[in-house]
Design a protein around this ligand. Sequence first.
Ligand SMILES: Nc1nc2c(ncn2[C@@H]2O[C@H](COP(=O)(O)OP(=O)(O)O)[C@@H](O)[C@H]2O)c(=O)[nH]1
Ligand SMILES: [Mg+2]
Length: 183
Amino acid sequence: MDVCSEEEQTEDYLFKIVLIGDSAVGKSNLLARFARDEFYPNSKSTIGVEFQTQKIDINGKEIKAQIWDTAAHSDMNVVTILVGNKTDLKDAREVTTAEGKSLAEAQGLFFIETSALDSSNVSSAFRTVVEEIYHILSRKVMASSDLNKQDLSSLSSGRTVVIQGEESGEVDQTQKKGGCCSS
Ligand SMILES: Nc1nc2c(ncn2[C@@H]2O[C@H](COP(=O)(O)OP(=O)(O)O)[C@@H](O)[C@H]2O)c(=O)[nH]1
Ligand SMILES: [Mg+2]
C-alpha cells in the first residue's frame, strides 16, 4: 500500500491509501470487503482506478481513509504494509507465512495475511496502515521546526504531507526543497 495524506478544513484527517500488486491477488475484493462488507467470487479486473472512503477512529480522531484501487502496478515507492491475501485457500498457498514475514522485515514493512473471502484481518490491515500514517504524520509534525508550536490539527487547510518510507531511497523534489509539506 502506498500512502500519502492531506489535511482537510475540518480537524479530521484524510489519508490516501493506494492498493498495489499483481492482477487477481484480491485488491478489489479487500477493498470491497472492508468498505462494503461484500465479496465477489468472480470479480472482473479493475478498469482504471476507483476509490472508496472509510472512516476510521484512531486515538479519538476521525480519520477518513480514501482507499484507491488500481488496475496497474504503481511506481510509487512508499510502502508500509505487505498484505498476503487469500489465506482461506490453504491448499493453494504459494508463499509461507515465514517467507512473507522475512520479506517484509527485509524491506522494513508491516506484514499481515488476510482473506477477503472470509474477512479475516481485512479491517486490521487497513487500520494498521492508517495508524502508521497517523503516527508518522504526528512525529513529522512534532519534529518540524516551523510547525512545532502548533498541534497537528492546526495545519492549514489544503496542505499535502507526503509520507516517505523511513528507509526509502528516492525523495521527491518537493521534499528535497522544503521538508515534508507542499501546497
Ligand atoms: N479464495 C479467495 N479468493 C479471493 C480472495 N480475494 C479475492 N479472491 C478472488 O480472486 C479473484 C481476483 O480478485 P480481485 O479482487 O479482482 O483481484 P485484483 O485484480 O487484485 O483486484 C476474484 O475471483 C476473487 O473472487 C480471497 O481472500 N480468497
Ligand atoms: Mg482489481
